[in-house]
Design a protein around this ligand. Structure first.
Ligand SMILES: NC(=O)C1=CN([C@@H]2O[C@H](COP(=O)(O)OP(=O)(O)OC[C@H]3O[C@@H](n4cnc5c(N)ncnc54)[C@H](OP(=O)(O)O)[C@@H]3O)[C@@H](O)[C@H]2O)C=CC1
Ligand SMILES: O=C1OC[C@@H](O)[C@H](O)[C@H]1O
Length: 370
């Protein structure tokens, strides 16, 4: 895969955006307006929306400066013909990810796609096969996997075994999306646009359970047994989505257990969203937001505690953005923080949970009837 060069011959990764919505704004702000956090050079060279060049131009205008002048396109197809684009960042709605990623891969572009990669496992499997056939960089943008705080928590738990064995993980991720008050075509309320707490927010607690318990060496990569239940809503089309979902995971090999609750109808009463303990009597607590962890506190059995501050004031995409730069610079097509197999395993897990919840999406029908 190609990578650009600045006028002083410094490598620069040239991004094209497919989607100009809310998270695209946060991603662009970190990419272009937080250079103090970057190790590498990045440029936003093109922005496309599905149907409006004007909307793309208005988005691009916000990121014009002496080094960056993004081109605006009124369709994804036009942007994908732009040879100045090294990699595309896809940030439309979950049900659109499958078709949009497919379009970009067929155009020979590297792809970083927002989470969840797709609505279900069959869609993700098809995209992984296509990306490997095209021999381009491809990853699900599960950005917290690139945070140093995750790597530190894994080192404390898996190498230093500060909590011992028989780990118990508790996560409460809640955020009041006020979904019932939103317009009926909001992505948080319209099931056809992917509404539902599991795939939008629940994938974060599930990711924490994977990096802290599934990846624990004593688990030896054994899948957990899963049980789940949910409170649901019905949208204006009569489709059912989940708004508060509880999942328990048991890891028989390591005798570990995870209790995860994700709700999109209330805000948290504490910043401590994650607690883990084991048979050592110590506790690890992570504070901040489940999707933006900032502080790690280790409480030792003797009552002493140690706090590690990983806070930053940008959104936090810069870790992921610099990692993608390094993979493409080194001609690597997968991110070790979230290899294709890990995305596929997570999609199988969310499919398994949705089957238990009896929650389905239009995309599921496409694959079950084929
Ligand atoms: N990593 C993170 O922290 C976060 C990730 N996300 C993920 O990003 C994705 C987008 O979320 P968010 O930015 O909040 O979404 P937005 O509601 O801002 O919409 C994003 C894009 O989706 C397309 N879109 C919007 N409404 C419609 C519609 N009614 N019909 C068809 N397409 C539409 C548009 O694409 P276009 O501009 O091309 O026309 C729009 O720009 C989701 O998959 C979500 O999971 C969301 C929030 C945080
Ligand atoms: O990925 C996300 O993280 C933060 C939440 O507010 C958002 O709904 C979700 O898509």
């Amino acid at each position: 895969m190609a990578i650009g060069k600045t006028s002083t011959n410094v490598p620069v990764l040239r991004w094209g955006f497919l989607g100009a919505g809310n998270i695209a704004t946060d991603f662009a702000n970190d990419l272009i307006k937080a250079p103090q956090y970057h190790k590498h050079q990045h440029a936003l060279v093109a922005v496309a929306t599905q149907n409006s060049r004007e909307r793309a131009a208005a988005f691009a205008e916000r990121y014009k400066n002496e080094n960056s002048s993004p081109k605006a396109y009124g369709s994804y197809e036009e942007l994908l013909q732009d040879n100045n684009v090294d990699i595309v960042y896809i940030s439309n709605h979950h049900p659109q990810h499958y078709g949009t990623v497919k379009l970009a891969l067929h155009a020979g572009k590297g792809v970083l796609c927002e989470k969840p990669l797709t609505i279900n496992y069959p869609e993700s499997l098809e995209l992984v096969k296509l990306a490997r056939e095209k021999k381009v960089f491809f990853a699900e943008g599960f950005w917290i996997r690139f945070f140093p705080i995750v790597k530190k928590a894994q080192q404390l738990l898996h190498e230093e075994r500060v909590c011992g064995k028989n780990l118990r993980l508790f996560i409460d991720f809640c955020q009041d999306s006020k979904f019932r008050e939103l317009p009926k075509d909001s992505r948080m309320l319209n099931v056809s646009l992917g509404a539902g707490v599991l795939l939008d927010m629940g994938v974060y607690p599930l990711t924490w359970s994977q990096v802290l318990l599934f990846d624990d060496p004593i688990n030896q990569k054994n899948d957990p047994t899963v049980s789940s239940n949910a409170l649901t809503f019905t949208d204006h089309n009569g489709d059912v989505g989940d708004y508060s979902t509880a999942v328990t995971l048991v890891f028989p090999k390591s005798q570990a257990i995870a209790v995860l609750c994700t709700s999109m109808d209330r805000d948290p009463v504490t910043q401590d969203f994650l607690r883990i303990d084991g048979d050592s009597g110590a506790q690890l607590i992570i504070s901040g937001k489940c999707f933006r962890p900032q502080i790690l506190t280790l409480k030792r059995p003797d009552g002493k505690s140690e706090t590690m501050d990983f806070s930053f004031d940008a959104t936090g995409f810069f870790y992921e953005q610099d990692a993608v730069f390094e993979y493409i610079m080194n001609d690597l097509n997968e991110a070790s923080e979230i290899p294709h197999a890990e995305t596929l395993r997570m999609m199988r897990l969310t499919d398994q949970i949705r089957h238990q919840l009896k929650i389905s999406y239009p995309a599921d029908i496409q694959f079950t009837t084929n």
